[in-house]
Structures are given as structure tokens and as C-alpha cells.
Design a protein around this ligand. Structure first.
Ligand code: SF4
Length: 253
């Protein structure tokens, strides 16, 4: 098992990388979290678009999820109550959107259907306003609503909570989204092999050991490391800031 001192060093490296990445994003005027960044007073319109996008960010590129959200709202004149717009479709017409590439929201019909289900719940229970899900609630309480009431998948729900935490719309604790990049970097560093989808609990435990509280802050640097250096097929270990700590890199030499 990886030593606590290695994990501590890795955490410090990630925290510094997070600061640098946030500075870089700010300087470049880029947003990592669509629609909810750099805004103190989040509008209903933006909040709804953000949650809509989160629902689509599953086994599909994040950019595609964002593009499909933008396309849908544009086709409907960017309504404040996006969920009412979704509910205005009959079930049959909604399903027919999934049959055409130019109107399909997701490559999986089930994910397309899920948007409709969530729209009904938000309309009935949150007055068509996603902000009502999180305003005045802790990260943990928001996560429970996303999981239990909206029946979002665990990683998508975590992602939505992460975005809200990162952009300062809620407070509290959470864990990183254990996506492919996060699992790959963590697994390679601590044991020389990525964590599989079946090993999410192990990835979570590793995060808890590295950072018992506010582990969500490691999401951005782990994701960035995974995208820039720790590539799936050909990791750029010689340029990687974590190479001295990494079990995979040691085993490769
Ligand atoms: S040293 Fe290599 S394997 Fe380890 S985290 Fe960096 S890129 Fe990934």
C-alpha cells in the first residue's frame, strides 16, 4: 500500500496544481464549469442549463454534452424554465427527438429519456428552477436530492455538486468525480495501475486518505493531469510533475 507520506506529498502537489490551473483559467477567461462560473447571482436560466448539461455528461465528451445543451436551448429561444419546455413535449414527440442526429441529446436513448423524467420532477417539486435544489443546502444534502429525488447516477450527481462547490454556490464536502482520468491518475500513482470502474470505492478511499476533508478540491488537478500528461495509451511520464511519486513510472524504469 502506498505510504501516507507519499500521499501527503501527492496531495500538496495537486493542491498547488489546482491553484495554478484556476489562475490560468481566470487569465484566459476560460470557464471549466459552463453557465455557473463567475456569477454571484446565478439566474434560473443558467442554473437550469448547467443541470441539463450535467445530465448529458455521461459516456459522451463533455464538449458534446455542452454543445447539445446549447443547441437545444437555442432551438427553444433560451427559456428560463427549460424544464417546462421539455415537459411541453408529449412523451412520444420527446422520444422522436432521440431518433434524429440533429435533435438527439445523447447517444443513448435512456439518457435522452432521463432528461424528460428529471424535467417532470423539477417542474413538480422545484418550481422549474434548479437553484431550489441547492440554495440553502449543504453539498451532502444536494447530493442526496440529486441521487434520490432526481435519480441521477452517482458520478453525474457528484459532478454537479463539484461544479457548485467549485463555483462557490454551495458549501460542504464531497469527493471528486471518479471518471476515467481521475481513476487512471490515482491508480497509476498509488499502485502502478489505474482503478477500474469497479474500483471506484478504492479510488474514493485513496482520496480520503490523501485528503480527509474537502477531497473534491483534488478533482480539477487530477482531471487536468489525466488530460495533459497521464494519457491512456502513452503517458508522458518524463514531463509529469508527479513522476517522482508515481508507482507506474517507477515500474516502467
Ligand atoms: S508519472 Fe506517468 S503514469 Fe504517473 S501520473 Fe504522471 S503521466 Fe501518469
Amino acid at each position: 500500500m502506498v505510504s501516507q507520506s507519499t500521499l501527503d506529498e501527492f496531495r500538496e502537489l495537486l493542491i498547488s496544481a489546482r491553484r495554478r490551473e484556476r489562475r490560468r483559467l481566470r487569465a484566459a477567461n476560460e470557464s471549466f464549469w459552463p453557465w455557473i462560473e463567475a456569477t454571484d447571482r446565478l439566474s434560473q436560466r443558467r442554473a437550469n442549463k448547467f443541470l441539463f448539461y450535467c445530465l448529458l455528461d455521461y459516456q459522451m465528451r463533455s464538449g458534446t454534452a455542452q454543445m447539445n445543451t446549447s443547441r437545444f436551448v437555442k432551438q427553444h429561444d433560451d427559456p428560463a424554465d427549460l424544464w417546462a419546455t421539455v415537459c411541453s413535449y408529449s412523451t412520444r414527440r420527446w422520444a422522436s427527438l432521440a431518433a434524429r442526429p440533429e435533435t438527439r441529446l445523447h447517444r443513448f436513448a435512456k439518457a435522452h429519456e432521463k432528461v424528460r423524467y428529471v424535467a417532470e420532477v423539477i417542474t413538480a417539486e422545484f418550481d422549474g428552477d434548479a437553484r431550489q435544489i441547492w440554495q440553502g443546502r449543504s453539498a451532502d444534502a444536494v447530493l442526496r436530492i440529486l441521487l434520490d429525488t432526481l435519480t441521477m447516477g452517482p458520478q453525474l450527481a457528484r459532478m454537479a455538486v463539484l461544479g457548485l462547490l467549485e463555483c462557490g454556490h454551495i458549501d460542504g464536502d464531497s469527493l471528486p468525480k471518479a471518471d476515467v482520468h481521475v481513476r487512471r491518475v490515482l491508480g497509476r500513482v498509488v499502485r502502478g495501475k489505474e482503478f477500474s470502474t469497479a474500483e471506484v470505492a478504492q479510488a474514493d478511499r485513496t482520496i480520503r486518505r490523501a485528503m480527509p476533508e474537502k477531497g473534491w478540491q483534488l478533482d480539477l488537478p487530477l482531471y487536468t493531469l489525466g488530460r495533459r500528461h497521464c494519457l491512456g495509451r502513452d503517458p508522458k511520464c518524463s514531463e509529469c510533475p508527479a513522476r517522482r511519486l508515481c508507482a507506474y513510472n517507477r515500474m516502467r524504469q
